[in-house]
Design a protein around this ligand. Structure first.
Ligand code: ADP
Length: 396
């Protein structure tokens, strides 16, 4: 394949390793400085210029977009996506993972363990927010911090309030997060490539420090992950739209707690700690996927008027329960079932003989009008036991 590594730092360990791994496998590879692209929307089709000249054809890109150039860098990746060039990490995935709040929001509905987190703006709401995550000591995080900078442990509520107020007064948004005491200055970094963890390490903080980042003096050792940690890491990366990711997890009493999903994970620490060829795994994965560039299925499939994708649920009272798909009448109603989800199990392209069960979820393409009656009810929020205020509260 012809591969471009998008990087502003051609000489760093990670970029060098990716380049060498690609060359060793006989690929044609170039390291291109992300900031020298021009996004060209002047012609009939989306295009890119590099250093002022039209870019030649590439099969795939591996983006290594630094934090300081997220906006421009993701625009370049998005442009490659529009040109049907394969990228393991989408522009949306990269942008979403950059912002700790946005990432936590996206992961929060998927049953992935995370430290209790809350986000407020008004100082009057800070105290309740801290209590909601379990009270002090509490972790305060800048939304876009990296390398442990902007992650603060506040020992008591008054200190936490003062820190939050100070940061907000300088227009910085902060997350409030439960301090996971039992992780004791340790965390796990799992390197996800495609649908597996190719390497994992444990980082341990130095001395009294609670942050285990290597930039804060943390030490690293390779570890074997349990299936629970592996699955959590892979699911978190996939939900974020990242096929190459460094997933950081705390070791909670109840299992893994995802803190962050990193879209440009450094390779030096993990390759040194595990002696594994992570760069090679990334290149092999990319070259296997080149034929399948990202497409926005929903967007592409809804262009024919009246058709679209929807997730339908087999209600327990429905006649469909116990029926094989071929007798379900869905085909007659012009509905095609793309996948069947049953609990955590997924059946792609279910066969005509596949029997339906109550609560099966069917991802379908078809006539929207025909699907309407099978759309599940909107998810109701779980009622929290809370005393009702005597007086109505006026919002806003
Ligand atoms: P960064 O993106 O700057 O690395 P993280 O959110 O990963 O920020 O936090 C840095 C380090 O601080 C983590 O690696 C972990 O060791 C520690 N840490 C972060 N959040 C918590 C928490 N809620 N409880 C305990 N330790 C934490």
């Amino acid at each position: 394949m012809k591969l471009a590594i998008l990087s502003r730092a051609p000489r760093t360990y990670s970029t060098q390793r990716l380049r060498t791994a690609a060359l060793d496998r006989g690929h044609d590879v170039k390291v291109l400085n992300t900031l020298r692209f021009a996004i060209d929307l002047s012609g009939p089709e989306p295009d890119l210029q590099f250093r002022g000249r039209p870019l030649s054809d590439y099969d795939a890109v591996v983006p290594r977009i630094g934090n300081s150039i997220t906006y421009f860098g993701t625009a370049v990746v998005r442009q490659f996506e529009q040109m049907d060039v394969y990228t393991p990490n989408t522009a949306n995935g990269i942008a979403n993972s950059r912002d700790k709040l946005r990432a936590t929001q996206i992961l929060s509905r998927h049953n992935i363990g995370m430290p209790a987190t809350t986000f407020v703006r008004n100082r009057a709401d800070v105290n309740a927010a801290i209590n909601r995550v379990g009270g002090a000591p509490v972790v305060i995080k800048l939304l876009e911090g990296t390398q442990g900078i902007g992650v603060i442990l506040a020992p008591e509520i008054k200190v936490a309030e003062a820190i939050i107020e100070t940061l907000q007064s300088t227009q910085q948004n902060v997350l409030i997060q439960a301090f996971v005491t039992e992780s004791r200055g340790r965390d796990i970094r799992a390197l996800v490539v495609g649908d597996r963890v190719v390497a994992a390490m444990r980082r341990t903080a130095q001395g009294g420090e609670f942050r285990s980042n290597v930039h804060r003096g943390g030490t690293v050792e390779g570890v074997e992950l349990t299936p629970e940690y592996e699955q959590t890491a892979v699911r978190a990366a996939q939900i974020m739209g990242l096929r190459v990711a460094g997933v950081d997890m705390l070791e909670g009493n109840e299992g893994p707690l995802v803190m962050e999903v990193n879209s440009s994970p450094g390779l030096q620490g993990i390759e040194t700690a595990t002696k594994l060829d992570v760069a090679g795994a990334i290149i092999d994965y990319v070259s296997n996927q080149v034929a399948f560039p990202e497409i926005d299925v929903r967007q592409r499939l809804t262009v024919s008027t009246g058709y679209g994708v929807a997730e339908l649920v087999v209600h327990s009272a429905s006649d469909l329960v116990g029926q094989p798909l071929r007798d379900s009448g869905l085909t007659d109603r012009d509905i095609t079932v793309l996948t069947l989800h049953r609990g955590t199990q997924v059946v792609p392209n279910p066969k005509p003989g596949q029997r339906l069960e109550a609560e099966d979820r069917l991802l379908c393409f078809g006539k929207l009008e025909e699907m309407r009656s099978m759309i599940p009810e909107r998810r109701r929020r779980r009622a929290k036991v809370r005393k009702l205020p005597k007086q109505p509260i006026h919002e806003g």
